[in-house]
Write a protein that binds this ligand. Structure first.
Ligand SMILES: O=C(O)Cc1cc(O)ccc1O
Ligand SMILES: [Fe+2]
Length: 443
């Protein structure tokens, strides 16, 4: 899109208003009187709108898991022509069976520059994942690099999309209204919700966790108490905004790993009013209330969980979204960076900005837009430089505020796509960062 297009999108993005809270029963109407009162499905919905329910949970799930929204729209979603399969580009879905799961520590540089005119959907590149989209279990790790706004509309039947911009702002035009997501924010598009991504800058880069499993929720706080970590009121849902446009619109649906396309004769972003709790949202990761040790030892990174997708086993997440936000380190007699460890969970890490405290920054290291994968039980932790530095550091209070990193931590190993396993931007010699950790043992 031209600079002018970006300018328009930015103007729109700067004027947005939101409805705040996590998991709320939000409600919104773009035209006064469009939202029915006292019932969901009146004989004739207000203003000649069609009433339609979008269910993100089975009808009968317990209230705390139940998710649905009622949409009041110009045309019902059912009014569409057949979908036909289209090529998915570099986008793949679970199950991932094309490579042998790899126990090695792996690290990638940022995605290469895409061709001009690449929109968000065409710019999605799948690194790998686990589970099975048809079983609604598991997750996929995608990266994106786009140079153009979407003209088309996308929806993902396979799962929710947690988008983590690293470079370039996004304007998300959804069925529920508009959201702005800049680097340092996260955005979430629930399963099945249609949206279009417009770029606020010339290019956009970032990460996507596609969650096939239970929807992300805020973690329980246990002894932390009633406040802390990501606070519910900092999550922002859109207010209703609709497109009343006729004319051909391509709508792409990801279904069981494949893309399907249909050309509608109107925009499906035509929702004039809505209410419910199956809604998209954005969250500024810098609002995260970081809790950590004020005595000794490095706490496990679960303390940094923004959102968790629970499984049927209490405490065992399908996937956790974890952020390493600016914080003070004050631990006494403590090796302060992340410790050496092997983990039954598999860890994909990305960097939004700056540096990460366990890894050397700069070219060939862990860089913004790059990523690392430490699969189930793979041994990792501070690289040699970090170990040497942190073992000798004077333990005065120290603020870690030179970066913003995150982790998608999942219960099952991540199997790579062939394009990730064979990528030119896969770093060779990542193992070398743990070379030279000399023995210091003496008795
Ligand atoms: O860098 C990592 O590997 C992620 C991580 C961070 C941390 O603070 C503790 C454990 C852990 O896996
Ligand atoms: Fe780790």
């Amino acid at each position: 899109m031209s600079g002018r297009g970006n300018e328009q999108a930015r103007k729109t993005a700067e004027a947005l208003v939101y409805s705040s809270g996590f998991g709320n029963e939000h409600s919104s109407e773009a035209v006064p009187g469009a939202l029915p009162q006292g019932r969901n499905s009146p004989q004739r919905a207000p203003l000649g709108l069609y009433a339609e329910q979008l269910s993100g949970s089975a009808f009968t799930e317990p209230r705390r898991h139940n998710r649905r929204s009622w949409l009041y729209r110009i045309r019902p979603s059912a009014a569409h022509p057949p979908f036909t399969p289209v090529a998915g580009g570099a986008l793949r879905g679970a199950p991932f069976t094309e490579t042998v799961p790899d126990p090695n520590r792996l690290r990638w540089n940022p995605l290469p520059e895409p061709a001009p005119g690449t929109d968000f959907l065409a710019g999605l590149w799948t690194l790998g994942g686990n589970g099975d989209a048809t079983q609604r279990a598991g997750m996929a790790v995608h990266l994106y690099h786009a140079t153009s706004s979407m003209d088309r509309v996308f929806s993902d039947s396979d799962g929710e999309l947690l988008i983590v911009p690293e470079r370039g702002g996004l304007l998300l035009r959804t069925e529920f209204g508009l959201l702005r997501a800049e680097p340092g924010h996260m955005a979430l598009i629930p399963r099945g919700v249609r949206f279009r991504v417009e770029l606020l800058d010339a290019t956009a880069r970032g990460y996507v966790c596609e969650n096939y499993g239970q929807p992300f929720v805020l973690p329980d706080l246990g002894p932390i108490g009633a406040n802390g970590l990501a606070n519910a009121r900092d999550f922002l849902a859109p207010v209703a905004a609709y497109e009343d446009t006729e004319g051909p619109v391509e709508v792409v649906n990801k279904f069981c790993g494949n893309l399907w396309s249909a050309t509608y004769d109107h925009s499906p972003l035509d929702v004039v009013a809505w209410h419910g709790n199956h809604v998209p949202y954005v969250y500024d990761l810098r609002r995260f209330n970081v809790i950590g040790s004020v005595s000794y030892d490095h706490p496990d990174p679960s303390i940094f969980t923004v959102l968790t997708s629970p499984s049927d086993t209490p405490g065992l997440a399908g996937v956790d979204f974890v952020v390493f936000a600016p914080r003070w380190l004050v631990g006494e007699d403590t090796f302060r960076p992340p410790y050496f460890h092997r983990n039954v969970m598999s860890e994909y890490m990305g960097l939004i900005e700056g540096a990460y405290d366990a890894k050397t920054a700069g070219e060939g290291g862990f860089v913004p837009g790059g990523g690392s994968l430490h699969n189930m039980m793979s041994a990792h932790g501070p690289d040699r430089e970090t170990f040497d530095r942190a073992s000798a550091a004077e333990l005065t209070p120290h603020k870690v505020d030179d970066g913003l990193a995150f982790m998608f931590e999942t219960r099952w190993p991540v199997t790579l796509t062939p394009q990730a396993a064979e990528a030119d931007h896969l770093q060779s010699g990542y193992d070398g960062v743990w070379q030279g950790l000399e023995r210091h043992f003496s008795r």
